[in-house]
Design a protein around this ligand. Structure first.
Ligand code: SAT
Ligand code: MN
Length: 590
């Protein structure tokens, strides 16, 4: 039953803690007005209309893309800025060698000067939000204050934002405080600061996704990973997907891959026609919060309510679900336009770009038409494969965990860890080629443990110890796998077709978990023999498959040496168990 509008209490009166914080931010930033977000559709429509009037949003061709808008960022504000992202803990060692660190007092002082008066002539928006189903005990709440209406529109899609979240905050008392201003979008005055000991975030100078939508990477990964350690759970950079086999049984996998390595595509995979009877259900495409259940299994919720996905490459062949999903009510950022005002991006098989992502006439000599990190923001409910269990308060039970990276060589298509402890070592040694999701060189291989290098809010040494301790307490721990869809042959061609065909690898994992599929014991773990994979109807040469499932001892001895050198950076915080797992692998390599 709807509550009559006059019965609702005004938002500023609902939580004294939030109101006091908003007041202190108002005094510091001096906004012209304050807007408390209710979270209604009407509110989103009103803010959209206002941004269209001011020219900050462009309405796309409503015949083909109804309800869709285009936002263009500043050309120097198109990706996460890892070099300007800090973890501010009292002790530098708690942040660890995996993070940039700044003393909290120094960081607060620096940010106070940036925020002072920064919202003059602007509206201050208060966005109460809940990460996870609104009634789940596993969910956690936050409030973002921002002066960017674009950020508001994104947060309304990406989180459960508005009145119900503020009601929960008022009940619970505690919430993560996220303060954001786009400032002048000056890269010299841009910082993303995290204070895990205070459960707070301060972000200045960028309007881009991961830097500005504070519920996402800042809260749901960096701050939440810290909270998770003290409360006995895991906050991970993982998609969550349900796979229903032809017998009608559904199992869930949680898979960690670095940004722009295909999490969204895997989460909404379309089974190939040659594997009839399979169905795929998406629970999440980027972040998983994993909690030990009373039954000794791991249970996962997706803290997010929408997708902030990479646009280029999306087409009916690579990801038909995403392609259909983003045809209405979608906010596009930094894509190109066709002459009739449709969004266009590299990898589309139709249409011609006439205006590039910066709003200039398209000129191929100046690079791609759409920015390689152009994004769509859309509610998860528009996903044709959206799982009906996405809203379950207790989450979904996880059968397997999957780690992976983008590697031209070394890592085979798939292998299985021997047990949890070995699996933690496998996760800790993930490496991947960098992508356009973060500012910096693209295509260089770097260590990205558990795909959390940019997102773990504390020392990786302590994080791996937390993983080990948590697994030891699980009566039914998920099995752990490593995959690499990106292996290439000597000529540089991908050996594996990827996309929907990845289901063959996932099906092998689930059969392993059910005790049904075979494997061979290799030095690095257990690999399928070619006959263990269902390759019916798959167009692949036997030599390619053999190469995908091979382990080169020479390359791997070198890999082990690199992993050891990397892990050594964590000194006395590195769990000894990881080194003994590595030594055992080395011994098996001979
Ligand atoms: O910009 S985001 O951090 O939200 C996307 C990503 O890099 O994974
Ligand atoms: Mn991500």
């Amino acid at each position: 039953m709807a509550t009559a509008a006059h019965m609702l209490s005004p938002l500023p009166q609902m939580s004294r803690a939030v109101a006091e914080w908003v007041n202190s931010v108002r005094e510091l930033t001096r906004p012209r007005a304050i807007h408390w977000c209710e979270g209604s559709d009407a509110e989103a429509r009103e803010i959209t209309a206002q941004l269209v009037r001011s020219g900050e949003l462009k309405t796309l061709n409503a015949d083909f893309f109804p309800g869709c808008q285009l936002a263009r960022s500043a050309p120097n504000d198109v990706a996460r800025v890892e070099h300007l992202t800090y973890i501010c803990t009292r002790s530098e060692e708690d942040a660890g060698p995996n993070n940039h660190w700044m003393d909290p007092q120094q960081a607060h002082a620096k940010m106070r000067e940036l925020f002072r008066g920064c919202m003059r002539e602007r509206t201050l928006y208060v966005i109460p939000y809940c990460m996870g189903p609104i009634d789940s005990p596993l969910s956690r709440c936050g409030v973002e204050i921002t002066d960017s209406p674009y950020v508001v529109l994104n947060m309304l899609i990406m989180t459960r934002a508005g009145r119900p979240a503020l009601e929960r905050i008022a009940r619970e008392g505690s919430f993560v405080r996220g303060l954001h201003s786009t400032g002048e979008l000056d890269p010299e005055r841009r910082f993303i600061m995290h204070f895990p000991e205070e459960l707070s975030i301060e972000s200045f100078g960028s309007g881009y996704g991961g830097n500005a939508l504070l519920g996402k990477k800042c809260h749901a990964l960096r701050i939440a990973s810290w909270q998770a350690r003290s409360e006995g759970w895991l906050a991970e950079h993982m998609l969550i997907v349900g796979l229903q086999n032809p017998r009608g049984e559904t199992h869930y996998l949680a898979c960690a891959f670095p940004s722009a390595c295909g999490k969204t595509n895997l989460a909404m995979l379309i089974p190939p026609a040659s594997l009839p009877g399979w169905r795929v259900f998406t629970v999440g495409d980027d972040i998983a919060w994993l909690h030990p259940g009373e039954d000794g299994r791991l249970w996962a919720i997706n803290p997010e309510a929408g997708y902030f996905g990479v646009v280029p490459g999306t087409n009916p062949q690579t990801n038909r679900n995403a392609y259909e999903m983003i045809r209405r009510d979608t906010l596009f950022t930094n894509v190109a336009l066709t002459a009739d005002n449709q969004p266009w991006w590299e990898g589309l098989t139709s249409g011609t770009p006439t205006i590039d992502w910066q709003g200039r006439p398209y000129d191929p000599t100046r690079g791609p038409a759409a920015h390689p990190n152009s994004r769509f923001t859309v509610t998860a409910r528009r996903n044709p494969s959206y799982s009906p269990h996405s809203e379950d308060a207790r989450g979904v039970p996880i059968t397997g965990l999957v780690f992976g990276g983008r590697r031209r060589e070394v890592a085979p298509l798939v292998y299985e860890a021997r047990d949890w402890q070995h699996g933690v070592m496998v996760g800790a040694s993930v490496a991947s080629e960098t992508t356009a999701a973060a500012v910096g060189q693209v295509g260089v291989t770097r260590r990205d443990p558990m795909a959390m290098q940019p997102f773990c809010g504390y020392n990786f040494g302590d994080y791996w110890q937390h993983w080990l301790s948590l697994g030891a307490k699980l009566a039914q721990p998920p099995r752990i796998y490593h995959v690499n869809w990106f292996r290439r042959d000597a000529a540089g061609k991908f050996l594996w077709p990827g996309y929907g065909e990845n289901l063959r690898v996932l099906a092998w994992m689930l059969d392993r978990c059910a005790g049904k599929a075979g494997a061979r014991d290799a030095a690095i773990g257990r690999l399928p023999r070619p006959a263990d994979l269902d390759t019916r109807g798959l167009d692949i040469r036997p030599e390619a498959l053999a190469q995908l499932l091979s382990v080169d001892p020479l390359l791997w001895r070198n890999e082990v040496a690199e992993i050891r050198a990397y892990l050594a950076r964590y000194g006395r915080r590195l769990p000894a168990a990881l080194l003994s797992e590595l030594a055992a692998t080395e011994q098996r390599l001979g």
